[in-house]
Every structure is written in structure tokens, then in C-alpha cells.
Design a protein around this ligand. Structure first.
Ligand code: GAR
Length: 197
């Protein structure tokens, strides 16, 4: 039985596309059962529509609180009965109530070598610190921002003339493989998702 994956995404959706292509090419035993977003006009939702994946959009301004938003999102996620939720460029912090209401374990891809640089602007921060390497991590989601157990990482060298944009692009190329390989590990060993302290 393929793993049922729900993807949360706010932006362009290249990580979603990488996962979906891997599933379509039979490289990964998963089926993407929904894309959920806080941005109705996101590239990720557009991709979902073009590829017949159910899409759900929720606008934060339609809700009284972060918790109410998150509960609606998790209710929609529950309706497609996922085994795994993947935050792939989901840029909204999920409240503790939202995490508690998640129908299944959740992972996130983050563009830094965690525990370095949780939060935003990771590429600029790595450059400002003069780091010689940067990268991306896939981790379990818990109530600490970008703080759950790391399941996989990829390192990328920083080049002398890098800008935040050039570094982000180089990292993003590697993110796609990292995400696919980490999800593959999960399909082969679901116990990786346990004990998210
Ligand atoms: C990716 O670089 C991902 O790591 C990052 O947003 C980008 C989404 O790209 N995520 C975060 O910064 C989460 N804190 P995509 O929409 O093309 O997949």
C-alpha cells in the first residue's frame, strides 16, 4: 500500500513537484492525496490543480485566531486520511493546537543545517556569518520552530561570490533529492516517525 502523503505548501511548490514526480515515476511508493495551503494563488496549489491532486486553500484572514485556522487546516487534512504530512515550503507557524490536531506525523524541509538557523532568511544569515557550507534539513515537526528531530540533511558549499539568491538556488536543487530520499527512508522504516521529543 503506498503511503498517503498530504503536502502543506505556501509558495512555488518545487518540492511538491519533486515528490509528485518521484511518485508518478514509481521511484517512491507514495500517493499525494492533497495539497493544503495558506495562499490561494500559490504555485503549489496551481500544480495540484493541473495534476488532479485535491487542493485546499485557507485564508488566515478568514479566521479569528491561528488556532482556529490550524484546526480547519487539520480537519481538511484528516478528510483525506494521510499517513504522513509534508511541509514543503509551508511558511506559516503551526500552533501547538494545530500540531496536536494533526491526523498523522508531520515532517518539514528547512533550508539550513539545523540546529543552525531556524526561522527565516537562512541563506543570508549563513553568508553573513561567513559559513563555508550551508544546506537543508528534513525534520519531524514538533512545537519548537524547526526544532524536531532531524531525519536527513544535505550540505552545499558556499561559493565566494554567493548571494542569498544564488545560494538558495543551489540549496533548493539539493532539497528535492533530500526530500525524496528522506520520504523513501520513512516508507522503508516508518519507525523513523516515532518519538518526536
Ligand atoms: C524551500 O527552500 C524550503 O526549504 C523553504 O521554502 C522553500 C520552498 O520552495 N522552506 C522554509 O523556509 C520553511 N521554513 P518550494 O515552494 O519551491 O518547494
Amino acid at each position: 500500500m503506498p503511503l498517503r502523503v498530504a503536502v502543506l505548501a505556501s509558495g512555488r511548490g518545487s518540492n511538491l513537484e519533486a515528490l509528485h514526480r518521484a511518485a508518478q515515476n514509481k521511484q517512491l511508493p507514495i500517493v499525494i492525496v492533497a495539497v493544503l495551503s495558506d495562499k490561494a494563488d500559490s504555485g503549489a496549489l496551481r500544480y495540484a490543480k493541473e495534476h488532479g491532486i485535491p487542493g485546499f486553500a485557507f485564508q488566515p484572514k478568514d479566521f479569528d485566531s491561528r488556532e482556529a485556522f490550524d484546526l480547519a487546516l487539520m480537519q481538511a487534512a484528516s478528510s483525506v486520511q494521510p499517513n504522513l504530512m509534508v511541509c514543503a515550503g509551508y511558511m506559516r507557524i503551526i500552533s501547538a493546537a494545530g500540531i496536536a490536531a494533526a491526523p498523522c506525523p508531520m515532517i518539514n524541509i528547512h533550508p539550513s543545517l539545523l540546529p543552525k538557523y531556524p526561522g527565516l532568511n537562512t541563506h543570508a544569515r549563513a553568508l553573513a556569518n561567513g559559513d563555508s557550507e550551508h544546506g537543508a534539513s528534513v525534520h519531524l515537526v514538533n512545537t519548537i520552530l524547526d526544532g524536531g528531530r532531524v531525519l536527513g540533511q544535505v550540505k552545499v558549499p558556499v561559493m565566494p561570490n554567493d548571494t542569498p539568491a544564488s545560494l538558495a538556488e543551489r540549496v533548493l536543487n539539493q532539497e528535492h533529492t533530500l526530500l525524496i530520499e528522506t520520504v523513501r527512508c520513512i516508507t522503508e522504516n516508518p519507525r523513523l516517525l516515532q518519538s518526536n521529543d
